[in-house]
Design a protein around this ligand. Structure first.
Ligand code: NAI
Length: 715
């Protein structure tokens, strides 16, 4: 069997069907370029050639570059440059054939696959929503390196092209036709080749690309056109605002896109190669590929899920229709999971459903949902005050007040509702799952299901295994999370689980910087530079200082009750030193009228002038140190969680950190951040920070050992 099947018909049209052997999709693997080169040789020598059709024998057209190869590239050399140029050269030869070349797109054509389509003279796509086209390289920290940037701009003009290049957006057939990414749609797959050949026969002279024609002009104007010049300036400002300069890929894409218009086509292609190989070895692309591609794939495909039959909850009961319970009920209803929403009185339960009503009304208003869909969604939520009949509910989730005695009582009272094979989850944010499990008759079916606020936006669930939770319950919890479209992150029971532990270190480091004398505005700025969505002082205000104190006291009380020293928040000494007195001064957080910030009647924030009283240091923390402290603190705590077995896999550590607590995405997550810096370089810097700022940065060297091995996805 061959990778490329070559078939010439009586009319002189050659159909090249790509069928990369030994793999489910066509990719730009090591055999691709030699194979394409041989095809080009043959086509150029073919007697009586009248046209060429590129087709695929797989269910997709072409999946693009081989990410394993890119991930393995740590250094770029002349060889890397030559390899990319050789790949590109085949596309260039194709578009210079003296006959029309058509792409017959039967399924997804992404990255290198769509770049091949761009090098054809005509693109026909089958009318199937899975047949998407696009250049998603930016989402992997890369740029399209097979002529994608240069040809997109030449074909669509800068403005339209940038929309797709900078976002990595994929377009279905209709959209692709509208913007010009494809030229024709056919209804059925069987029509594709025929339509391609018909087009060739009707357009025998359409074999020169617009950019190879004399007098070629960029659609929408070239780089000197006043409108385009203005757009270039605005795009670069918008990009910096969005990425804070933390992501090299979109910057390079913009650079290549703009400059390609200022130079000769072949020189532009070479520049694209240079920028591409620069990104290939960057830590940002390693981070994006490891975490967002392979990591996400590992979670989606259930690599970290216990083996066994897939499970689907047929119905649910959420107990507590407060902020979290209402959000969970909405998440269920949106995915068609019928949910009883229980509270102590009906008005509260109905108010809980009201949350979904508001979200639906907004969606309808904005044209994102129609009335009928809203009704179907809302009909899935049944407000109630009563237990369901015994043995009828597949998944029960309690989200009542964070009070251990109340939860104990509620769990015992509502347990009988569970169906055979049903599971019981608690949304507690702090209470140990193994302790709550003692209130139920079968702790093996009890598990933590920690959602985040606001539930409709934060699409991740921290699944917490109690000591006695069974693998079977975990499997069901995992499937349940995916059933409602949430990302499951599995952790073992520990005080603060994983997410709250790490998040606590972020907020504490904000307080530590304050105590060290750094001006509060500089602290928030350092967090912004580091890539955190919100500064630690503002976060403290939103979460509320009082809640933070309450959590701490809950753990102290638990320690006392159990006669243990859990060490929860042991390193978070500055939090106590700063927030306890602030609470006493009436500064409990935003909802209490003010905290680290003062708020005016319109909700505008200004930092509270009284914060200077907490400064004990000399105020000379360099911004670089502050940025590192914010990132290192969290990365070290993540590493501790991995070391202690609270986290099972690096993938979950990385994705959980990014999605649940906003650890900067460009790093690829806490553990990938350590890998990106280089384990030894990270260890050395952590030692330096420990010497300068305290033991919380001190990490036993053995803890790094697991990272000295190459990353194993989901292991
Ligand atoms: P909330 O105060 O908004 O709602 C609690 C609801 O439980 C109230 O509607 C209350 O009437 C109801 N309730 C109390 N006793 C009940 C009973 N015996 N039967 C039925 N309903 C009862 O609280 P929130 O913020 O929704 O938190 C709920 C749980 O979720 C807590 O365990 C909390 O720690 C946890 N959590 C909270 C997060 C947050 O950001 N607020 C984030 C993640 C977890």
């Amino acid at each position: 069997m061959e990778d490329f099947i070559y078939d010439k018909d009586e009319a002189g049209i050659v159909t090249v069907t790509m069928d990369m052997q030994g793999q489910g999709a066509n990719t730009m693997n090591a055999r691709f370029e030699p194979g394409m080169r041989a095809i080009c040789d043959r086509l150029e020598a073919e007697e009586g050639l009248t046209g060429v059709v590129f087709a695929s024998a797989k269910s997709t057209f072409f999946a693009g570059g081989d990410l394993n190869d890119i991930l393995a590239t740590t250094e770029v050399t002349q060889e890397t440059f030559d390899f990319i140029e050789a790949n590109k050269a085949t596309y260039r030869r194709l578009e210079r054939l003296p006959v029309p070349v058509v792409a017959a797109i039967n399924g997804a054509a992404l990255g290198g696959g769509y770049e091949l389509c761009l090098a054809c003279n005509h693109r026909i796509v089958v009318d199937n929503r899975k047949a998407v086209v696009g250049l998603p390289e930016v989402t992997l920290g890369l740029l399209p390196g097979a002529g994608g940037v240069v040809r997109m701009v030449a074909k669509l003009g800068l403005e339209v092209a940038l929309g797709y290049l900078l976002e990595g957006k994929q377009a279905g057939p209709e959209e692709a036709l509208k913007v010009g990414m494809v030229d024709q749609i056919v209804p059925m797959q069987d029509d594709l080749i025929l339509a391609a050949k018909d087009w060739i026969k009707a357009n025998p002279d359409s074999h020169t690309q617009p950019w190879d024609q004399k007098g070629f002009r960029y659609p929408g104007g070239d780089a000197l056109h006043p409108k385009v010049r203005q757009m270039i300036m605005a795009s670069s400002a918008m990009l910096t605002k969005k990425t804070r300069g933390l992501l090299p890929a979109p910057e390079k894409i913009l650079d290549v896109a703009v400059n390609s218009m200022r130079m000769n086509f072949d020189a532009a292609l070479r520049m694209e190669t240079r920028r591409f190989i620069g990104l290939m070895a960057s830590k940002e692309s390693k981070a994006a590929i490891s975490t967002f591609f392979f990591g996400m794939q590992a979670i989606k495909s259930g690599k970290v899920r216990p083996e066994g039959q897939p499970w689907k909850a047929g119905n649910a009961t959420v107990i507590g229709a407060g902020m979290m319970g209402s959000g969970i009920a909405y998440a269920h209803a949106k995915r068609g999971l019928a949910t009883r929403l229980m509270d102590t009185d009906l008005a509260k339960a109905e108010r809980g459903k009201g949350y979904s009503e508001t979200l639906c009304a907004k969606a309808v208003d904005r044209g994102r949902m129609d009335e009928a869909a809203a009704k179907v969604l809302l009909d899935n939520i049944m407000p109630t005050t009563e237990n369901a009949a015994s043995g009828t509910v597949d998944i029960v989730i309690e989200a009542v007040f964070e009070d251990i005695d109340l939860k104990d009582r509620v769990i015992a009272e509502t347990w009988p509702m569970l169906s055979e094979g049903g599971i019981y989850g608690s949304n507690t944010s702090t209470l140990p799952i193994s302790i709550l499990a003692e209130s139920c008759p079968d702790p093996s079916r009890f598990i933590g299901l920690h959602f985040f606020s606001p539930v409709d936006k934060m699409k991740v669930v921290e699944i917490i295994m109690g000591q006695k939770t069974s693998q079977d319950t975990l499997r069901r919890a995992y499937d349940y999370a995916q059933q409602i479209g949430y990302m499951p992150i599995v952790v073992n029971d520990s005080r603060g689980f994983f997410t709250s532990r790490v998040f606590g270190t972020f907020m504490d480091e904000g307080c530590q910087l304050l105590v060290d004398g750094m001006p509060p505005s500089a602290i928030e700025r350092a967090a912004w530079i580091a890539g955190m969505p919100v500064g630690p002082l503002q976060v403290f205000d939103e979460v509320s200082l009082i809640l933070g104190q309450k959590v701490r006291k809950t753990h102290e009380a638990l320690d006392k009750r159990l006669g243990v020293a859990s060490g929860f928040g042991a390193h978070n000494t500055a939090t106590v030193a700063v927030t306890d007195p602030m609470i006493e001064m009436g500064r409990g957080g935003r909802q209490y009228g003010g905290g680290f910030y003062d708020y005016d009647s319109e909700g505008n924030r200004t930092l509270w002038s009284g914060l200077s009283q907490f400064a004990r240091g000399n105020g000379e923390v360099p911004i670089k140190d502050a940025v590192d402290r914010i990132l290192y603190r969290q990365a070290i705590e993540t590493l501790r969680c991995l070391d202690e077995g609270v986290l099972n896999t690096e993938v979950e550590a990385n994705l959980g950190g990014i999605f649940a607590i906003g650890f900067p995405a460009h790093t690829g997550g806490g553990i990938q951040f350590i890998r990106g810096e280089g384990v030894d370089a990270f260890a050395a810097r952590a030692r330096e920070l420990a010497d300068l700022y305290g033991d919380r940065f001190a990490v036993p060297d053995e803890m790094y050992d697991r990272l000295r091995e190459p990353s194993v996805q989901a292991a």
